[in-house]
Design a protein around this ligand. Sequence first.
Ligand SMILES: O=C(O)c1cc(C(=O)O)c2c(n1)C(=O)C(=O)c1cc(C(=O)O)[nH]c1-2
Length: 260
Amino acid sequence: MNEFVTARTDFATAAKGGLSPAELEAVLRQVGAERYHNRHPYHHRMTGGDLTRGEMQAWALNRYCYQAVIPRKDATILARAEDPAFRAEWRKRIEDHDGEDGWSGGIARWLHLATSLGLDAEMVKSERQALPATRFAVGAYLSFCANRSLLEAVASSLTELFSPVIIGERVPAMLAKYDYITEDTLAYFKKRPDQASRDSDFALAYVTEHADTPERQQLAIDALLFKCDVLWAMLDALQHAYAESGKNIPPGAFRPEDAR
Ligand SMILES: O=C(O)c1cc(C(=O)O)c2c(n1)C(=O)C(=O)c1cc(C(=O)O)[nH]c1-2
């Protein structure tokens, strides 16, 4: 199974007649095992205690762009879904991020994480100092969910199957290895594993039910590969710009104190 997924060959069509739901789930989980951003060197440097404070700030600032686009992409998905029961379930995601008034949900908690690291809230919210590649990656995710089929858009959210794993690696390491990080800084992550499990259970059931031909199964697998690339590209961009004392920081992007 390994080489099929890694090589991006047509896995589902190669299995003549397609995959059973359990086999499709196994391939999707394998994509995560091979491609999720917990395998990225920037994540390993974070959990190893090796990021400078400036690199930690750059991560929070750039990840804000991702957090901010999530409810917009979920609203795009909502607008395209014809089934009221689907919409009733999917809209919970928007509520999670926006809260009741826009600033009492996940986006506000991410902003708190960023400001706890010493960043200015307005600067973070403006997204002006994010890396070019962050903006492109986040924009690609939004366009993907607007332009591809509903099945592909739902399948692209399935990285959430793996987010409890990375959160479980990240949070204890951040608390242990960086003296300026506290439980309060990381409050964002308290609610996420439960929310992500609820969301990914629903999305996985949808995908295994609706990916009912080999071609549709392959589209679902490719959507998840695409999304792993989005997350990977965001960490690649951070690594390129901020490792080695910020040698490759693009013009106009955030310049930490320790990389001046
Ligand atoms: O901490 C992480 O590494 C991580 C990863 C992901 C993901 O895998 O896409 C999400 C989140 N966090 C997250 O907090 C979140 O709200 C979220 C929504 C989605 C999505 O695609 O709809 N992914 C993620």
